[in-house]
Write a protein that binds this ligand. Structure first.
Ligand code: GDP
Ligand code: GDP
Length: 468
């Protein structure tokens, strides 16, 4: 398991010094390709028992004019997009500057995991700077001295649990691949064009399956009652789900829908102190059977740990996700709140990039039309298929724009790709040395697919396979 760490920050804070300390003599890659990557250094880092790739945005002068600042922004954004974690370095001796705030803004908007480090903090000279760094609003700064090697084990301690969570995700992805029948030696006919298959569209026999999950009191029951309205039709337990499961049938503009009511079953349990635990495991079960998962948040207490866990689970299970923020009728500053919510969403759930966020009031029914539309659209995207011809034209452009790296001088060749399955969309890229392709490059392709083929809010799986 490995991950990619980008070291970012304004010039002269000590990024290169830190890079060199982490990489030692193991500087493996210096990309010789034209384009932005020329300014990014990449190396194999070692820290305690951790092994990872580190990217450094070195070689930048302090931005004095606008074009340079634009370049700095671009380069930093590129590094952030390639990385799993960003280490944002400030200079504890010099104190914060406008540039630091400039970078902090980029990171807050764009990065999933930001670790703030106040460098040059050896001795007492850095004390004030260390305290000042809290102002950036990126949490507690880590006290570092890249030059003297201080704070390295603290850095390792912060990276460790994050690395572990990545390892778990990777294992889950491998499972998903196995479940999809994609073992490393499955033959895939890449010339095959997708048939115009419409069988996924909801029908009476196969209604669109929706689960509404969320913390107790988020308003799940209220929402489901409102959605189902008068047509409430209780259907019995689905075979293979659980004897307590309740699903409700309804129609939206003629579209058959089945909603799993986890709240209803929880309320039946009536065991107060078990409420929390029950609702979590009910949620898990519902996620497994749903096609679209609606993560319902309470606007007053959004994105609690439990919300994040279930949203992450839905993504890992490969479900389409719609985030609905409930009790919107109680919010006074709706615009400000919405801005905050979007910011938190991007920061806390980067794995769901592009997923719709809909504000609703289950009580008054406001926003439910938009919620229904978002669910139907998410289901469509989840089932979408891209032709092999289109994919390969797209791949050529992506490779040109940002060629894969050349580990040990061997350039990775990516020859063609195809979509292996839908629900969620999964793609296979045939390439040389699939094991050498950095995670950052896979992420570049995945994010590119999402944007290039308009697939917001659906998990996208990308498998690299060695060509025959
Ligand atoms: P970059 O532009 O961010 O890559 O910064 P450099 O790594 O080139 O470092 C800029 C300057 O800060 C150099 O003179 C380094 O020797 C110095 N420096 C780096 N880390 C430390 C540190 O931990 N303590 C002190 N006192 N100086 C450092
Ligand atoms: P569940 O535990 O997730 O099923 O939540 P409930 O549907 O039982 O709702 C919990 C509480 O929140 C109840 O008192 C509801 O009346 C209230 N509630 C639900 N939706 C809304 C809403 O949109 N606005 C307001 N103001 N209250 C709501």
């Amino acid at each position: 398991m490995s991950f990619t760490l980008a070291i970012v920050g304004r010039p002269n804070v000590g990024k290169s010094t830190l890079f060199n300390r982490l990489v030692g003599k193991r500087l493996a890659l210096v990309d010789d390709q034209p384009g932005v990557t020329r300014d990014l250094r990449e190396g194999d880092a070692r820290l305690g028992h951790l092994r990872f790739t580190v990217i450094d945005t070195a070689g930048l002068e302090e931005a004095t004019d606008e074009s340079l600042q634009g370049r700095m922004r671009k380069l930093t954004e590129r590094a952030v997009d390639m990385a799993d974690i960003c280490l944002f370095v400030v200079d504890a001796r010099a104190g914060l500057t406008a540039s630091d705030h400039f970078f902090a803004d980029i990171l807050r908007k764009r990065s999933a995991h930001v670790i703030l480090a106040a460098n040059k903090a050896e001795g007492r000279a850095g004390e004030d700077g260390l305290i000042e760094a809290y102002e950036l609003g990126l949490g507690e700064p880590l006290r570092l001295s890249a030059e003297h090697g201080e704070g390295m084990s603290e850095l390792a301690a912060v990276l460790d649990p994050i690395a572990e969570s990545f390892a778990k995700k990777e294992a889950a992805a491998a499972d998903a691949m196995e479940q999809a029948g994609l073992t490393p030696d499955t033959d895939i006919d890449v010339d095959e064009e997708p048939e115009e298959d419409e069988s996924w569209r909801p029908s009476d026999e196969r209604p669109l399956q929706v689960a509404v999950v969320g913390r107790p009191n988020a308003g799940k029951s209220t929402l489901i009652n409102k959605i189902i309205g008068e047509d409430r039709l209780l259907t019995g337990p689905e075979a293979g789900i659980t004897r307590d499961s309740i699903s409700l049938r309804t129609e939206w503009d003629g579209l058959p829908v089945r909603i799993f009511d986890t709240a209803g079953m929880r309320k039946k349990a009536k065991v107060q102190d078990k409420l929390e635990r029950l609702s979590v495991s009910d949620g898990l079960r519902a996620v497994k059977f749903a096609e679209v998962v609606v993560v319902l948040l309470d606007a007053a207490i959004p994105f609690e740990q439990q919300d994040l866990r279930i949203a992450d689970l839905a993504e890992r299970e490969g479900r389409a996700v719609v985030v609905a923020v409930n009790k919107w009728d109680l919010e006074e500053d709706k615009q400000g709140k919405l801005r905050d919510l979007k910011e938190s969403f991007e920061r806390l759930l980067p794995q769901l990039r592009g997923a719709p966020l809909v504000t609703v009031s289950a009580k008054t029914g406001r926003g439910l039309d938009r919620l229904n539309a978002a669910i139907v659209r998410a289901h469509e995207v989840w089932n979408s298929r891209v032709s092999t011809a289109k994919l390969n034209r797209w791949l050529i452009g992506m490779l040109e724009q940002h060629p894969p790296p050349a580990p040990q001088g061997k350039r990775i060749r990516m020859r063609y790709m195809t979509q292996a399955k839908t629900r969620p969309p999964a793609f296979v890229v045939m390439c040389s040395h699939p094991d050498k392709v950095p995670d950052s490059y896979s992420r570049y392709l995945t994010n590119g697919l999402r944007e290039g083929f308009d697939m917001p809010g659906t998990p996208i799986r990308l498998y690299l396979r060695s060509q025959a």
